[in-house]
Write a protein that binds this ligand. Structure first.
Ligand SMILES: Cc1cc2nc3c(=O)[nH]c(=O)nc-3n(C[C@H](O)[C@H](O)[C@H](O)COP(=O)(O)OP(=O)(O)OC[C@H]3O[C@@H](n4cnc5c(N)ncnc54)[C@H](O)[C@@H]3O)c2cc1C
Length: 395
């Protein structure tokens, strides 16, 4: 019988929850699986888009993390203040009541898994927070829903504040869903939806053909697309966006994707490199510190084509399974080592109960090999089933 080990998982999002539940299935009770997050609930972020257009309520798209305790996972609600990767030690400030309570607790891990995601930083762009709705966060998706409900026509702008962000499809889906929502509410003829993107084209990591097909989807759905518009500042009072090419755009309603960066605690731990994210072995997700793994949005995995692997839940999930398998195998001495193969896919909601689909091998060289499927009802149903199964299998 091997010695009892402690695995500490930082983050109760996609990567963290999948790592914890996978490990619990593979390890006997003598080993501790500890999961730490500041939030009470696990949020299924893809459904924020449906929440924004009134097709979901917030209780339908989240689950209390403490529900994982039934599976034998030790869930701690707290703010991770310090990570010492060499010592595999973590300092957590208790937030069990929903606020920082000041009392600290240190966790010493035999294996440490960092899955802290990307920190959203709208404050980097002057005026953005005051002017619009950050639909990448629950509160912003809810405020955008409320604003849409009372909207009676005008110009809606969807804006990406930087060229790189999680789920490269999401702002494109958001623009199409908002347009569809306005049509259904009977205000389509007095509403215009514009998408101003910092990037030169949609989902460019998938290659020029994939990008062009997503652009067609967006434009065929009545959204006006403006690529390579880098926002500099937003005037909330005048409802005007200024871009670095000197252009300006007015709006009546603004929904935005904020700049992303690695969480502060990760930056302060010396875990990141010049990319701003944690470098890892692209197959095993090992960091340069023994026994410390990083998965999901917080990692930076460069691809041969010059762009990083996109931040997406589908990758966080698969990386989590690989890391869980390898930790379990290192503890028990059983099972073959697993490798993350860079495969992934996504649904692209277009509105009207339809979606497109793209998927394939993102590690293929020299460029990812991604296949796109025609927009249809089946991919929308696929996304709905994916959401249903997500909670069923994990909580
Ligand atoms: C609108 C939207 C739509 C999306 N749609 C899709 C989709 O269709 N398909 C897809 O594959 N992906 C999608 N994504 C992306 C997907 O949600 C992320 O890529 C995925 O959640 C990343 O998982 P993660 O574990 O790396 O990070 P997260 O799921 O973000 O989890 C990070 C966790 O760490 C916690 N945390 C961070 N810092 C601290 C701290 N200091 N102390 C304590 N806790 C902390 C956070 O509270 C959070 O729970 C979408 C995202 C958005 C916003």
């Amino acid at each position: 019988m091997s010695d009892a080990k402690t695995i500490v998982i930082l983050g109760g999002g996609v990567g963290g929850v999948v790592t914890a539940t996978s490990l619990r299935k593979m390890l006997s009770d003598q080993h501790r699986v500890v999961l730490v997050d500041r939030e009470r609930d696990h949020l299924f972020a893809p459904s924020l888009l449906w929440l924004m257009t009134g097709q979901r309520t917030s209780s339908k798209i989240r689950r209390p993390l403490h529900g994982l305790a039934r599976k034998g996972i030790e869930v701690t609600r707290g703010e991770i203040k310090k990570i010492e990767p060499e010592a595999r030690r973590v300092r957590v400030v208790d937030r069990s009541s929903g606020h920082d309570r000041g009392s600290c607790r240190d966790f010493d891990a035999d294996y440490l898994v960092v899955s802290l995601g990307a920190e959203l930083a709208p404050e980097i762009i002057p005026g953005l927070t005051e002017a619009g709705h950050n639909f990448y966060a629950l509160s912003g998706a809810e405020s955008m829903r409320d604003a849409l409900e009372s909207f009676d026509g005008g110009r809606i702008v969807v804006l990406t504040a930087t060229a790189a962000y999680k789920c490269p499809a999401a702002p494109y889906e958001a623009a199409m869903l908002i347009n569809d929502y306005c049509r259904k509410r009977g205000i389509g003829d007095k509403t215009q939806v514009d998408l101003y993107a910092a990037e030169p084209g949609p989902m460019l990591v998938t290659g020029p053909e994939g990008s062009a097909s997503v652009r067609r989807m967006v434009e065929d759905n009545g959204v006006t697309y403006h690529p390579e518009y880098q926002v500099v500042e937003v005037d909330a009072h005048a409802r005007r966006i200024t871009f670095d090419n000197g252009a300006t755009a007015g709006f009546d309603l603004l929904a935005y994707v904020p700049p992303h960066r690695a969480p502060r605690v990760v930056r302060e731990a010396g875990l990141i490199d010049d990319s701003g994210w944690i470098p890892v072995d692209r197959y095993t997700l090992d960091t340069r510190f023994p026994g410390v793994y990083a998965i999901g949005d917080v990692t930076g995995i460069p691809l041969k084509m010059g762009k990083p692997l996109p931040m997406a839940g589908v990758f966080a999930e698969r990386q989590a399974k690989v890391v869980a398998r390898n930790i379990a195998s290192s503890i028990t001495g059983r099972g073959e080592p697993a490798l993350f193969d860079g495969r992934g896919e996504c649904f692209i909601e277009t509105g009207g109960g339809k979606a497109g689909y793209g998927g394939g091998d993102f590690y293929a060289e020299p460029t990812p090999q991604i296949t796109f499927r025609k927009v249809g009802r089946r991919w929308h149903i696929g996304k709905v089933l994916f959401e249903k199964n997500w909670f069923r299998k994990l909580f």
